[in-house]
Ligand binder design. Structure first.
Ligand code: NAG
Ligand code: NAG
Ligand code: NAG
Length: 271
């Protein structure tokens, strides 16, 4: 019953969250989400031992991951948990806090408590558990899209132009081979100035700061594929990620984050 309620809540693959008036710095809790999945053959009847293993792994995960920002744990051959804090050098304490809070969402009674696989995330970290170490087909293709309006930015009133979206896709795609080749961290960033907005009657340009980061236990090829797929999400309906917005595309093997600098002339209409 709890699961059904959770599933209803989280049914939409595309989550658009707007937290107006909050700064979109990593880990400030401006959004949170979770998704539980299981094969149709998964039976709650033989869940007890698996669940105990998952709970133990999720309990260990925050302190295992916090010092380096990532950990991949296993219990025997049947339970796996991974956690990552977003960014290059996330402070150990905030990484620990983020992973603890997000892992708790998975272990809570109304979390993914009868599920075969599950993930939960916030703006600072991503936690995943499963009964295998391989990526499921659902996880391979699913992406959670979130946009956060930065402090001082007006919520934009119209969707991005196709040209702006195409630019975002291209600059995110360029991060794929770089992240894949970045040994250990599997992370790449870029800053692109002078990106034409050409949206909603707005003219002028914005600066886009982009980051692609993969789960560190994945191969370079998996990382590149994950970033490319996430990049393509930026070209799909219905973003509104012009000036003053941070866009996240979260996947099971990595994520993209794009910060669009506040575009001054958009502020004219601010109340
Ligand atoms: C559940 O238990 C049955 C019978 O012991 C077993 O055949 C099946 O593989 C188990 N399912 C899972 C997903 O572990
Ligand atoms: C999961 O598989 C990857 C290779 O795909 C490996 O690097 C990693 O260590 C594995 N994780 C665990 C916990 O076994
Ligand atoms: C690593 O970088 C090289 C050279 O830029 C590129 O050809 C290759 O595709 C990259 N690796 C991956 C997995 O993307």
């Amino acid at each position: 019953m709890a699961i059904a309620a959770l599933e209803r809540l989280l049914l939409t693959l595309v989550l658009l969250a707007a937290a107006v008036g909050r700064h979109a710095a990593s880990g400030d809790g401006s959004f949170y989400g979770a998704k539980c999945t299981q094969a149709s053959t998964w039976s709650p009847a033989n869940n007890t031992k698996f669940r105990a293993n998952v709970l133990a792994l999720l309990g260990r995960l925050p302190s295992a991951a916090a010092p380096s920002g990532f950990a991949s744990l296993r219990s025997g051959s049947a339970a796996f948990a991974r956690g990552i804090c977003f960014g290059d050098q996330p402070p150990t304490q905030s990484c620990l806090d983020c992973l603890s809070a997000v892992a708790k969402k998975l272990t809570d009674e109304d979390g993914c408590d009868a599920s075969q696989r599950g993930a939960a995330w916030s703006d600072g970290c991503f936690v995943h558990f499963a009964d295998t170490n391989a990526t499921s087909p659902y996880e391979e293709t699913s992406r959670y899209r979130i946009q956060v309006v930065q402090t001082g930015a007006a919520a934009a009133s119209s969707k991005n132009s196709a040209a702006f979206d195409a630019t975002l896709v291209a600059l995110a795609e360029r991060l794929a081979p770089r992240a894949a080749n970045a040994s250990r961290l599997l992370l790449a960033t870029s800053t692109t100035e002078g990106v034409p907005l050409a949206s909603g009657g707005g003219s002028g340009t914005t600066t886009v700061r982009a980051m692609a980061q993969c789960m560190r236990d994945r191969s370079p090829a998996d990382c590149a594929r994950c970033v490319q797929r996430s990049a393509r999400e930026l070209g799909k309906c219905c973003w509104d990620v012009t000036g003053g917005v941070t866009a996240y595309v979260l996947g099971y093997n990595g994520h993209l984050r794009l910060d669009m600098e506040v575009f001054q002339s958009r502020l004219i209409g601010l109340k």
